[in-house]
Design a protein around this ligand. Structure first.
Ligand SMILES: *Cc1c(COP(=O)(O)O)cnc(C)c1O
Length: 393
């Protein structure tokens, strides 16, 4: 017996249940096609919605900034790690999003951890959508506040929870994902904001999958619903549609000012690098110049989903370019993914605990970098594997 035996056992169990993560190695830049484990395949996995991760303008901006600033920030931002690029990026993002102010973090994950734990504590209560992202859940736990999960996307359930619990606590915070990353459905923000307003409770949305996707030219979920000034905190990420890395918190001036004082990942962990910030600035330039990429993304997504439905696949409740292909049991989803890979298509199986047991799926991520030939190849592979495994007839 060794003290590590339990780990070997746990890992074996994961493998048996089809829940073991086989992490593939990428040998190229992100794009419609990538090299995965040495094989050239169609990329249906990445969150690179707009194809910006390898866009010449972003690459050039990163290169140029490296010449001036080098590669590392060398300190946390509150000490010596905030360059004029970081400041510029925050100002440009605030303008782009129509928010009073913006603070950036290293990632969407740390943005959630830092923001939630700075705004509520153990005397407070958080009302959190039952399907919120792991980084929200961890941020809520870290805050020490009481967590009340309400039924997914249900403003009435939220109101019931508030009526039952809010008066027992000092302050409250409502948090929801904007776009739910596994199903691709959109939170009913106007109704949720109404409830928040009625009870005068802080309202926060995590728009990681809506940033660069929803709203005019990718301005995000607040813009999509025309709720400027009505959402207290809008978290986002630059690791998805923006194609780079970094978390965004947009909102009321005083909230952002507080996060500069008390956002722990901001205070105790180094910032994104200058080339990251420069590339993000180039992404904002592109999005402000034209809606072409965002339009193409939606056009591709609509086409692919319609064709998948015609083939007989269940694409769930998605309203966004996230296209889940519902398969049920995890081993089937894993086998489906392996067979797709044999057909030259890289699309990952997703199972518990990322989604509920029995709701395993392949999640297809459509991008503006795909052209119709790419989507055609993907559809053909899905049809072939789907028939072979008896998912469609
Ligand atoms: C991806 C994601 C994050 C994390 O963003 P990173 O920038 O990759 O850390 C946070 N919240 C949601 C809803 C996400 O989908």
């Amino acid at each position: 017996m060794s003290k590590l035996d339990w780990l070997t056992q746990e890992i074996d169990d994961l493998k048996e249940q089809g829940l073991y993560n086989n992490i593939r190695t990428i040998g190229s830049a992100q794009g419609a096609r990538i090299i995965v484990d040495g094989k050239d395949v169609l990329n249906f996995c990445s969150n690179n919605y707009l194809g910006l991760a390898n866009h010449p303008k972003l690459v050039e901006a990163a290169k140029e900034s490296t010449k001036k600033y080098g590669v590392g920030p060398a300190a946390v931002r509150s000490i010596a790690g905030t360059t004029d690029l970081h400041v510029q990026l925050e100002q440009r993002l605030a303008k782009f999003k129509g928010a009073e102010d913006v603070i950036t973090f290293q990632s969407g994950f740390t943005a959630n951890l830092g923001t939630i734990s700075a705004l509520v504590g153990k005397e407070d209560v958080i009302f959190s959508d039952r399907l919120n992202h792991a980084s929200i859940i961890d941020g809520c736990r870290l805050s020490g506040a009481k967590i009340v999960a309400y039924e997914h996307n249900d403003p009435f359930a939220l109101e019931d929870a508030i009526k039952e619990h809010a008066s027992n606590f000092r302050r409250a915070l409502i948090i929801t994902d904007g776009v739910f990353s596994m199903d691709g459905d959109i939170a009913p923000l106007p109704a949720l904001v109404e409830v928040a307003k009625k009870y005068d409770i802080l309202f926060m949305v995590d728009d990681a999958h809506g940033e660069g996707v929803l709203g005019k030219g990718g301005r995000g979920i607040v813009d999509h619903f025309g709720l400027h000034g009505k959402v207290d905190i809008e978290v986002g990420t630059m690791s998805k549609a923006f194609g780079v890395v970094g978390g965004i918190v947009a909102g009321d001036k005083v909230i952002i000012e507080w996060l500069r004082q008390r956002g722990r990942p901001f205070l105790f962990s180094s910032a994104v690098t200058a080339p990251d910030a420069a590339a993000c600035l180039a992404a904002v330039d592109l999005l402000e110049e034209s809606t072409e990429l965002v339009d193409k993304l939606w056009d591709n997504a609509k086409y692919f989903k319609e064709e998948m439905k015609k083939l007989g696949f269940d694409t769930g409740v998605s309203e966004t370019p996230i296209t889940p292909v519902m398969l049920g049991e995890a081993p089937l989803a894993q086998q489906f993914s392996r067979e797709l890979f044999e057909e030259g298509v890289f699309a990952m199986a997703i199972g518990f605990p990322t989604v509920a047991k029995g709701k395993a799926r392949i999640r297809v991520m459509i991008s503006a970098s795909h052209d119709r030939d790419d989507l055609g190849q993907g559809l053909e592979a899905f049809a072939k594997v789907g028939k072979k495994l008896g998912v469609i007839s």
